[in-house]
Design a protein around this ligand. Structure first.
Ligand code: RET
Length: 271
């Protein structure tokens, strides 16, 4: 009857609060980072600025979804004097998946922009990546509906989703491999670090997806929300900051004056 395992357990005060605090921290982190991206966008040359604008969109979108998740969490459980138990509504992680339909295309597109891809090339690569991402998310969304009722279905849908994930990573790795040399301002090595960070952060989501399979308990639920929070902060905020750093560095190397000034100010040599 339930979709997500969160609804199956009672939580100690510490477990309940840990999740409440993680979700609330996620909201704060994304809205704070929004201000950061808004402020630094003036140091990014106009041809890269959409990359930073996309981070702003991701911050708003993720901030709101996490705000919803944190409210839903505290509405779904009530204190009975000892523990928190399920009350008026049921909790669902499904909102996250639908949110990824928006945020992942933004994250991928901002990467293509700082890779200096243009015209039909960026359009083609973005289309392939976004279709692979949507395939991954839709199959993952269907799979997570079975996490309480049928672990085999969870695993099968998860495997299909992973195939899309592998295609996506393969395309991103290729784009970076081929276009790295066209990056300005010595950012060709930074872009590999972005890829490494991406592989790490994005892999946390499938681990969270599999929690009902290998840790079907209240502690598993806490671990899942912890993994989600770490993944959110690294895959969107830290990633966005690295993308914006690459954008500022390339802007300076290509003669954009505000970028040169700000890099000098913080002691970077952009040549
Ligand atoms: C699912 C289902 C199980 C298999 C795989 C998955 C991958 C999810 C990923 C999510 C990334 C989300 C990001 C969100 C940013 O806002 C769907 C959990 C492989 C990679 C980066």
């Amino acid at each position: 009857m339930f979709t997500n395992i969160e609804n199956l357990f009672d939580y100690s005060v510490a477990q309940f609060e840990a999740i409440d605090h993680l979700l609330t921290m996620g909201v704060g982190a994304h809205f704070a980072a929004l201000v950061f991206f808004l402020v630094v966008s003036r140091f990014v040359a106009p041809n890269y600025r959409v990359a930073t604008a996309l981070s702003c969109i991701v911050m708003l979108s993720a901030g709101f979804i996490l705000y919803g998740q944190s409210n839903l969490w505290s509405e779904s459980f009530a204190f009975n004097g000892t523990n928190y138990e399920l009350s008026d509504s049921t909790f669902s992680n499904g909102f996250r998946y639908v949110n990824w339909m928006v945020t992942i295309p933004c994250l991928l597109t901002q990467l293509l922009i700082v890779m200096n891809l243009k015209g039909t090339e960026i359009f083609k690569k973005a289309t392939i990546l976004i279709l692979a991402a949507w395939g991954m998310i839709v199959t993952g969304y269907i799979g997570q509906l079975y996490e309480v009722s049928n672990i085999t279905s969870l695993l099968i849908w998860g495997a299909v989703s992973t195939l899309c994930f592998i295609v996506l990573n393969w395309v991103v790795g290729n784009v970076i491999g081929y276009n790295r040399k066209h990056l300005y301002g010595n950012t060709g090595s930074t872009i590999w670090k972005v890829f490494g960070l991406m592989m790490f952060a994005w892999t946390l989501y499938p681990i969270a997806y599999l929690i009902p399979w290998f840790m079907n308990s209240a502690d598993g639920v806490v671990l899942r929300q912890l993994l989600f929070t770490i993944a959110d902060i690294t895959s969107k905020i830290i990633y966005g900051m690295m993308i914006t750093y690459i954008a500022v560095q390339q802007s300076a190397a290509r003669g954009y004056v505000p970028a040169k000034k700000v890099l000098n100010l913080v002691g970077y040599n952009h040549d």
